[in-house]
Design a protein around this ligand. Structure first.
Ligand code: PEP
Ligand code: MN
Length: 395
């Protein structure tokens, strides 16, 4: 029998990718205060997204999810929000026109602040400091004071998410379209503080965003992040990297969607342009043969990160496009449907990924490299990717 779920039952599980808080009581006090704040999203909107994703699973809609790798306090401005929103709108219009399908627009916005890191510590010129874990936790400056995890940052993240959502709602209502928000549910004390119970249905919602996903580093069986997501009524994403085997994935699906509800699970494959050919088909086959209802989406960003000769983390457009092409070929070969894409992008004219029509080189990266974490497509590169997706879906 499955033990009872509560918003805090994750605390009894194996947890990774959390900061070491210098003052756990200050963290608990901040979480208690946040728990009294209003939800950021409405239960009915979360349910509407779940229903839309069920339509996408049935082949009657397509998921377009994108935004910053890490939102930051520094880049917060109406212009950042507007340009991100209009980029998703333009991509969605292109894909929608080509496919004849409704496009479900989901931003990595209004709450995408917490980051998993490869190493707990960062070392530069002999100085070792705690890694930057996103603006909701600590500061990006390589300086001892900035890197101390500070619970008050959660309030700033909450207020930035609130204002971003308000602005997104205004932009979406002008366009007459629903717009949804999403982020990795990584910082569990924050996410737990934002759980709200619907008094009518009795169901618990992660009220920090419409859609929450579990990262590739925290989706292992027995993980606190899986336990937390298990009890939420939200649609849940699972990042699927090359180290995920079919049996583990099936166990995760049984844990997270025992009722096999349509629209509940989106599997976001992020394999890399070469590993995808061998790594994705066994997962597609296992899920199909078990009959688990899922939406398959492609994240062509996270498996294609390289270090440029001049030290910048970058992603070549050719590899990103190659992974998308491979995804669209591999899914139908296993009887699955390529149902969405998940990308890191910004409406601002950055130089973070190489290639594309403008042929950005590694030398160009230093011009406008602003990301707080992973390299993003700029607007022109994102539209190029949307052209490819439109081609794949055209009929
Ligand atoms: C991300 O989406 O920024 C991320 C860290 O992805 P993944 O969990 O797939 O590595
Ligand atoms: Mn990222």
């Amino acid at each position: 029998m499955t033990p009872e779920w509560t918003p805090s039952s994750w605390r009894g599980h194996d947890i990774r990718q959390q900061p070491t808080w210098p003052d756990p009581e200050a963290l608990a006090a901040a979480a208690r205060e946040l728990a009294a704040y209003p939800p950021l999203v409405a239960f009915s909107e979360v349910d509407a997204l779940g229903a839309a994703l069920a339509e996408a699973q049935a082949g009657r809609a397509f998921l377009l999810q994108g935004g910053d790798c890490a939102e930051s306090f520094a880049e917060f401005s109406p212009e950042t929000i507007r340009s991100g929103h209009s980029l998703i709108a333009a991509m969605g219009a292109l894909v929608g026109a080509a496919s004849g399908l409704p496009v479900i627009r989901v931003g990595r916005m209004a709450g995408q602040f917490a980051k998993p890191r490869t190493a707990d510590m960062e070392e530069k010129a002999g100085v070792r400091l705690p890694a930057y874990r996103g603006d909701i936790v600590n500061g990006i400056a390589f300086d001892p004071a900035a890197r101390v995890p500070a619970p008050e940052r959660m309030f700033r993240a909450y207020s930035q998410a609130t204002a971003t959502l308000a602005h997104l709602r205004e932009l979406a209502s002008k366009a007459g379209e629903p717009f949804y928000t999403s982020h990795e549910a990584l910082l569990l004390p924050f996410e737990e503080a934002l759980v709200r119970r619907d008094p009518v249905s009795g169901r618990f919602y992660g009220a920090s965003a419409h859609f929450l996903w579990i990262g590739d580093r925290t989706r292992f069986p027995g993980s606190a992040h899986v336990e937390f997501a298990r009890g939420l009524a939200n649609p849940i994403g699972i990042k699927c990297g090359p180290s995920l085997d079919a049996d583990t994935l099936l166990r995760l699906l049984d844990t997270l969607n025992p009722a096999r509800a349509a629209g509940r699970i989106t599997l976001i494959a992020r394999m890399g342009h070469e590993p995808i050919a061998a790594a994705l088909p066994p997962l597609l086959r296992a899920v199909a043969s078990e009959g688990h209802p899922v939406l398959w989406a492609c994240d062509p960003m996270h498996g294609n990160t390289i270090k440029a000769a001049n030290g910048y983390k970058t992603r070549p457009m050719a590899r990103i496009l190659a992974e998308v092409r491979a995804f669209f070929a591999l899914c139908p070969a296993e009887g699955a449907r390529a149902g969405g894409i998940h990308i890191e992008m910004t409406g601002r004219n950055v130089t973070e990924c190489t290639g594309g029509a403008a042929k950005l080189t590694e030398q160009d990266l230093s011009d406008r490299y602003h990301t707080h974490c992973d390299p993003r497509l700029n607007a022109a590169q994102a539209m190029e990717l949307a052209e490819l997706v439109a081609d794949m879906l055209r009929r």
